[in-house]
Design a protein around this ligand. Structure first.
Ligand code: ATP
Length: 269
């Protein structure tokens, strides 16, 4: 059963007279319980896709479903409710996930406001992110790394169906990073689907699947250590940058039919 489905999702930002097409025709299906690392160069559209999946943005075109609910078409009240009960999110800037004057424990408790309050889960999560002894400290007085770990505990506090995390290990040392990955995988074993934007190879390797966004499209996917290009809408395939020396963008290629696919060979000019 798929938990997330994106169908031709387009996101266009409009700032004054300038339009930026951040995502163009993203098709993506994520199964319940799957863990996905979202990869790609800076500016490719990864955070935008995460914001759309979180219901923080509505797509300019195309449709997104979460657990059968059409995120772009829910009214604001239902969307807010779905977000509070079904979604946990770690934003790129960890402090933005937290209420600075509240303690770590109060932040976790606040994230459970729409579901049954579970003090045991809250304590356990703080322990798992190495903050058991910091439960009473105000979030605003924590270091960037501590805030990042607390943000993950907060995001998992409501036992979400979908965890969305933007660079959750960027400020962590190797050991803390490993703990974060373990926590994401354990949450997945308990039924939480996870989509994690990352530049950290350790995260990519530890999750079930990688999805690479390039130029606003799903350009490639990886499963169990093997990488694949994705044949998109209208048959478009992005040649990965590591092959650009053989087939530079703008070059012409001959198509050779093989028994199980095609080969592209550079046409001499
Ligand atoms: N609020 C906004 N208004 C206008 N343009 C935006 C806005 N947010 C993002 N963009 C643009 O949309 C494109 C995709 O941005 P996005 O942040 O989704 O990329 P990203 O892959 O997450 O990058 P990074 O790895 O650097 O975080 C970029 O060209 C970016 O400049």
């Amino acid at each position: 059963m798929s938990l997330v489905r994106c169908d031709g999702v387009v996101q266009i930002y409009r700032a004054q007279d300038v339009e930026v097409v951040a995502l163009r025709d993203v098709d993506l299906t994520i199964a319940a319980g799957e863990t996905v690392a979202l990869l790609g160069p800076s500016g490719a559209g990864k955070s935008t896709l995460l914001w759309l999946l979180a219901g923080l943005l509505r797509p300019s075109a195309g449709r997104l479903w979460l657990d059968g609910a059409d995120l772009g078409r829910l009214d604001q009240r239902r969307l807010d409710r779905l977000r509070a009960t079904h979604i946990g999110m770690v934003l790129q800037n960890p402090a933005r996930n937290l209420i600075g004057h509240l303690s770590a424990a109060q932040n976790v408790a606040f994230a459970q406001r729409a579901v049954r309050r579970d003090r045991r889960r809250a304590r356990e999560l703080l322990g798992r992110v190495g903050l058991a002894d910091a439960a009473d400290r105000p979030a605003g007085r924590m270091s960037g790394g501590e805030q990042q770990r607390l943000a993950l505990a907060v995001a998992l506090a409501n036992a979400p169906r979908l965890l969305l995390a933007d660079e959750p290990t960027s400020q962590l040392d190797e050991e803390s990073g490993r703990r974060v990955i373990e926590l994401v995988r354990d949450a997945a074993a308990d039924g939480t689907t996870a989509v994690v934007v990352t530049h950290d190879p350790a995260v990519g390797e530890a999750l079930d699947r990688t999805v690479t966004i390039r130029d606003g499209r799903v350009g490639a996917e990886g499963r169990r250590g093997e990488d694949f290009v994705v044949v998109g809408r209208e048959g478009a395939v992005q040649v990965p940058p590591e092959y650009h020396h053989l087939l530079p963008p703008g070059s012409m290629a001959r198509i050779e039919e093989l028994q199980d696919g095609i080969a592209l060979r550079r046409a001499e000019p």
